[in-house]
Design a protein around this ligand. Structure first.
Ligand code: XMP
Length: 482
C-alpha cells in the first residue's frame, strides 16, 4: 500500500455549479426528458426508490403520471409484488384488453365482490364463447338488490348497449362516449365477441397527465426490484408477465459475481426485458455490469439518508465522485446511470445530473408524501411518516419473520444492520413535492446556460468550495422563523 492507493472523493456539498450565460427565457422551457435505461425514456429524471416505506403501487402510479417512474420494492412475497405491478398496469390504458367479466349466470353478489376487489364500477357480461351479453354497473345494483339474483335479470342487455368495433381509435371512442353520455365503450369483433374496453376515465386521465410515462398500450410504466438469491428467475418471470417494464437487480454491493451471473441469466432467459443493476460506485463496477448485459446501472454505495453501510463496514465512495466515474465509464457504451441515494434537495438533483447521471433515485425525500406506504404518525403535534433503510434491524426482522417464521432470537441477534429507521416530515401530495424539485432543477439547468439534460452535462463547470463557502451557501446571520 502506498499513497497512490488514496484517491480523493467529493460529494454534493463540496461543490457548486458555476453560473454561465443563459438564453433560457423562462424555466418552463427547460426540457427535463432523459433516458432511464437503454430503451425507456422519461419526461422527468426522477425515480422513486424500491424501499418498503417509499414505493408500492400508489407511489408508482403517481410517479409515472408525473413523467417519472417508481420501482416496487421486493420485500414481500412474489404474488404480492406481482399484484402491485398489476395494479399499476391496470390503472389506465388506451384499451383495456382484458376487462373484468362474469357470465349471465353469476350472481349480483359475485359482481359486487369483483367490483370491490378490483375497485371498478362495472363488469362486462359475456357468454360461453366470449360474446358480449351485457353490462352490469354499480347503478344497476345500488339500492340493495338481492345478492343471490342472477346477473342476467338486472344487467343492461346487449340490445340496449352502445359498442364499437375492435380497432376504434381513441378520438372516435371519445366522440361516441361524449355523444351518448357514456362511461364505458366495449369493443367487439364482427361476431360480437368482446375484444376490449375503452373508458371515459382513461381518456380523461391521458389528458390530465400529458407527460405520463406510458408503454405502447397506453399503460403506465413501472419497475420492480428483485434480489439475486432464491427464486430469481421465477420472480422475474412472474413480474414481467404482469407487465413490469423494468427489472431492478438491487444488491447493496452490486459489484459481485452473483449479480453478474443474475444479469446474464435474466438477459438470456427473459430476452427483451430491460434490466437495471446495482449498486456500484466505481468505473470498474459499471464496466462489469454493462459487460454482463445491464441496460442501466444504479450508482451509490452508502450515501442514502438511512444508510449506515459506511460506518458499519468502512466501505463506500462519496457520491459525486461515484457518479462522475461511473458515468464516464457508462457513456462509452451509451448506458444511462441512476444516481441513487443522498439527494436532499433540488440542488443535489441538478448536481447529480450535471455530473453525468441520467436520472436520480429518491428515498427519504418522497417517503413523507401521501402516496408512500404507511400511515402518518403524530409527534409533538406534528405529522410525520416513517422511513427505514432496507438493511435496518426493523426491515430485516420483518423479512425474516415472513421468510422464516421459525427463526430464533439468536438469528436476529446475528443481524448486523446497515441502515436505520427514522421519521420524515409529512409533505402532502407527491405532485407538489415534484413540482418544487423540478422547479429548482429547471432553474439550475438555466444557471448552467443549458436548456436540456444533455446541455446541462456539456456545460457543467463545478467549482470546489471550502467550508466557508459551504456556510455562505446556507441561510446565515438571520433568525430563521421556520
Ligand atoms: P435516500 O437518501 O434518497 O436514499 O433516502 C435512498 C437509497 O438508500 C439506499 N438504502 C440503503 N442503503 N442501508 C444502506 O446502506 C440501508 O438500509 C438502505 N436502505 C436504502 C437505497 O439505495 C435507496 O434507494
Amino acid at each position: 500500500m502506498d499513497e497512490t492507493h488514496f484517491q480523493e472523493g467529493i460529494t454534493f456539498d463540496d461543490v457548486l455549479l458555476t453560473p454561465r450565460r443563459s438564453s433560457v427565457r423562462t424555466r418552463k422551457n427547460v426540457d427535463t426528458s432523459t433516458q432511464l435505461t437503454r430503451k425507456i425514456r422519461l419526461n422527468i429524471p426522477i425515480v422513486s426508490a424500491n424501499m418498503d416505506t417509499v414505493t408500492e403501487a400508489s407511489m408508482a402510479i403517481a410517479m409515472a403520471r408525473e413523467g417519472g417512474i417508481g420501482v416496487i420494492h421486493r420485500f414481500m412475497p412474489t404474488d404480492s409484488q406481482v399484484a402491485e405491478v398489476a395494479r399499476v398496469k391496470r390503472s389506465e390504458s388506451y384499451v383495456i384488453e382484458e376487462p373484468y367479466t362474469l357470465s349471465p349466470d353469476h350472481t349480483v353478489g359475485d359482481a359486487e365482490q369483483m367490483m370491490e376487489r378490483h375497485d371498478v364500477t362495472g363488469i362486462l357480461v359475456v357468454g360461453k364463447n366470449g360474446e358480449l351479453r351485457g353490462v352490469l354497473t354499480l347503478r344497476d345494483i345500488r339500492f340493495g338488490k338481492d345478492g343471490s339474483k342472477r346477473i342476467r335479470s338486472v344487467m343492461t342487455g346487449k340490445e340496449r348497449l352502445i359498442t364499437a368495433p375492435d380497432g376504434t381509435t381513441l378520438e372516435e371512442a371519445e366522440r361516441i362516449l361524449d355523444e351518448h353520455k357514456l362511461e364505458k365503450l366495449p369493443l367487439v369483433d364482427e361476431t360480437g365477441r368482446l375484444q376490449g374496453l375503452i373508458t371515459s376515465k382513461d381518456i380523461m386521465k391521458s389528458k390530465q397527465y400529458p407527460s405520463a410515462t406510458k408503454d405502447s398500450k397506453g399503460r403506465l410504466r413501472v419497475g420492480a426490484a428483485i434480489g439475486v438469491r432464491d427464486g430469481l428467475l421465477e420472480r422475474a418471470e412472474a413480474l414481467t408477465s404482469a407487465g413490469a417494464d423494468l427489472l431492478v437487480l438491487d444488491v447493496a454491493h452490486g459489484h459481485s459475481n452473483m449479480v453478474l451471473d443474475a444479469i446474464r441469466t435474466l438477459k438470456t432467459e427473459l430476452g427483451d426485458v430491460e434490466v437495471m443493476a446495482g449498486n456500484v460506485a466505481t468505473a470498474e463496477g459499471t464496466e462489469d455490469l454493462i459487460a454482463a448485459g445491464a441496460d442501466a446501472v444504479k450508482v451509490g454505495v452508502g450515501p442514502g439518508s438511512t444508510c449506515t453501510t459506511r460506518l458499519v463496514t468502512g466501505a463506500g465512495m462519496p457520491q459525486l465522485t461515484a457518479i462522475i466515474q461511473c458515468a464516464q465509464a457508462a457513456s462509452q457504451h451509451n448506458v444511462p446511470i441512476i444516481a441513487d441515494g443522498g439527494i436532499r434537495n433540488s440542488g443535489d438533483i441538478t448536481k447529480a445530473l450535471a455530473a453525468g447521471a441520467s436520472t436520480v433515485m429518491l428515498g427519504s425525500l418522497l417517503a413523507g408524501t401521501d402516496e408512500s406506504p404507511g400511515a402518518t404518525v403524530i409527534r409533538n403535534g406534528r405529522r410525520y411518516k416513517v422511513v427505514r433503510g432496507m438493511a435496518s434491524l426493523g426491515a430485516t426482522a420483518a423479512r425474516m419473520e415472513r421468510e422464516r417464521p421459525e427463526r430464533s432470537v439468536d438469528d436476529l441477534q446475528r443481524v448486523v444492520p446497515e441502515g436505520v429507521e427514522a421519521v420524515v416530515p409529512y409533505r402532502g401530495r407527491i405532485s407538489e413535492v415534484l413540482n418544487h424539485l423540478l422547479g429548482g432543477l429547471r432553474s439550475g439547468v438555466s444557471y448552467c446556460g443549458a436548456s436540456d439534460m444533455a446541455g446541462l452535462k456539456r456545460n457543467a463547470l463545478f467549482v470546489r468550495i471550502t467550508q466557508a463557502g459551504w456556510q455562505e451557501s446556507q441561510p446565515h446571520d438571520i433568525g430563521i422563523s421556520e
